[in-house]
Design a protein around this ligand. Structure first.
Ligand code: HEC
Ligand code: HEC
Length: 403
């Protein structure tokens, strides 16, 4: 009897204290939400949005004003509060996350759910006038641009796509000899993981967020800084311009420098991929050192006609003596895949066979790739088969073989 009696009394006491001391939405907000907004771990949004979207952009220190603003945005569902859009944003979880971020997410969901539920039962909160909708416009293009998945995808398209030029010496699955000679720090590629590679480049300060154009990644790649691997592509050429754009854009996103999507750069509309075939042209007549030139490669079809679309392009500058010129080939994204999200079947794009090589001297290297593809050929040579990838297997053609 005694136990039942005290149980009943105990429950009554609990009920009374719950209704007497239930926290107001403002108290919940101050006790549970504000500390999350100030937490050093940051908001869970930052796991996917590098710029432009964090909880403090949407949750101020004033609970009633925040409640009204979230309702005006349509981010609170008064009928099904637990399905509110703000909670759905918070619940989003990247494939790879950390235990710390999972805790942050859980804390955010619990605190904000409790606060929303209390606010929906609170006449004062419900009666706060909603702000005008045009104060609330989000720059969705900027939000999209600064999303981690989009940033990584640009890294792949612009930088990672060219790493065939670097991997023999800088990727741990290929560079054991280089490591013996120069030490572990020579490895800065994480095989098969563009995302981790980008992170590593930043941590090792090979990408310079304050002066992105002076990043070691670029300066070593161009041979501007003394580089064990020499110059890998021409300064101010197509690759260099795209790398510059990526590095500058990446730094702007990481440092939250953009204020509007009108400031975003345009990247080349055609994606390329280095395939490791080296091509050298020797016996150049009367060339100045550093003269920029490109080659374009078209397939010769079984019927003998030359395909309309080029499959690859290469760019380079004439050697110091002005007598030779070399490049590695960049496969071109086929026209039917341009502007689509589809993956490009790079490995299949250039099968063995006959190809026409077109030589074009270009005085102003500052030409978008579409322009380079449209310039008339100056000289043409034909090759009957492809050669092997790698520097030591470079194919050399004498300029006199061009017609
Ligand atoms: C797991 C990754 C991820 C997390 C974490 C994440 N988002 Fe997003 N967010 C996306 C993706 C992807 C999109 C693009 C639209 C979509 O697929 O839902 C997006 C789009 C958006 C948009 C613009 C378009 C829209 O749907 O209204 C806003 C605003 C937004 N997120 C806010 C947030 C906020 C606020 C947080 C943190 C509370 C957050 N996101 C957390 C991945 C994420
Ligand atoms: C033939 C080998 C070789 C190739 C190919 C090569 N490098 Fe290097 N790279 C080296 C050597 C050797 C060093 C170390 C000595 C030095 O710093 O120059 C180095 C150093 C670097 C460093 C500095 C790393 C550090 O942490 O100090 C960067 C960045 C770099 N290279 C970028 C590139 C890029 C970008 C490419 C491709 C576009 C490339 N390298 C291709 C040989 C190569």
């Amino acid at each position: 009897m005694r136990t039942i009696h005290s149980l009943i009394l105990g429950s009554i006491a609990l009920l009374v204290s719950a209704s007497l001391y239930a926290e107001s939405p403002t108290e919940i907000y101050q006790r549970r939400v504000i500390p999350l907004l100030q937490a050093p771990a940051g908001s869970s949004c930052a796991e996917c949005h590098l710029q432009g979207v964090k909880l403090t952009d949407f949750l101020s220190t004033d609970p009633k004003e925040t409640f009204a603003a979230l309702r005006a945005r349509g981010w609170i569902d008064a009928n099904r509060p637990t399905e509110s859009k703000i909670l759905q944003f918070i619940a989003k979880k990247p494939e790879k996350s950390t235990e710390l971020m999972n805790q942050v997410r859980r804390a955010e969901v619990e605190a904000i759910t409790a606060w929303i539920q209390a606010s929906l039962a609170d006449p004062d909160s419900l009666n706060t006038p909603l702000p005008k909708l045009d104060d609330l416009k989000l720059d969705e293009k900027l939000i999209q641009h600064a999303r981690r998945d989009q940033v990584v995808s640009r890294f792949v398209d612009v930088i990672w796509s060219q790493f065939e030029r670097c991997a023999n010496c800088h990727s741990p699955d290929r560079n054991s000899k280089q490591v013996e000679k120069h030490g572990e720090q020579i490895s800065w590629i994480v095989p098969n993981s563009p995302e981790e590679t980008l992170q590593l480049l930043e941590e090792r300060k090979l990408i310079d967020l304050d002066h992105p154009v002076d990043s070691m990644l670029r300066k070593k790649g161009l041979g501007l800084e003394d580089h064990g691997g020499g110059s890998k592509f021409p300064k101010d050429g197509q690759t260099d311009r795209e790398w510059n754009k990526f590095l500058t854009d990446y730094a702007a996103v990481k440092k939250a420098r953009y204020t509007s999507s009108s400031e975003l750069p345009n990247f080349a509309s055609i994606r390329t991929w280095r395939n490791g075939l080296h091509l050298r042209i020797k016996d150049l007549p009367n060339f100045t050192a550093g003269q920029y030139a490109v080659i374009r490669i078209r397939r010769i079809l079984p019927d003998g006609n030359v395909a309309e679309e080029a499959v690859a392009i290469g760019e380079g500058r004439a050697s110091k003596e002005g007598t030779s010129w070399s490049t590695t080939l960049m496969l071109l994204e086929p026209p039917q895949l341009r502007q689509t999200e589809q993956a490009v079947p790079w490995a299949t794009l250039m099968p063995d066979g006959r190809y026409q090589i077109e030589w074009i001297v270009v005085d102003d290297s500052n030409q978008p790739i579409e322009k380079l593809l449209a310039l008339p050929a100056m000289k043409i040579a034909v090759i009957d088969s492809l050669w092997k990838a790698g520097h030591s297997n470079a194919k050399t053609i004498s300029y006199s073989e061009f017609q």
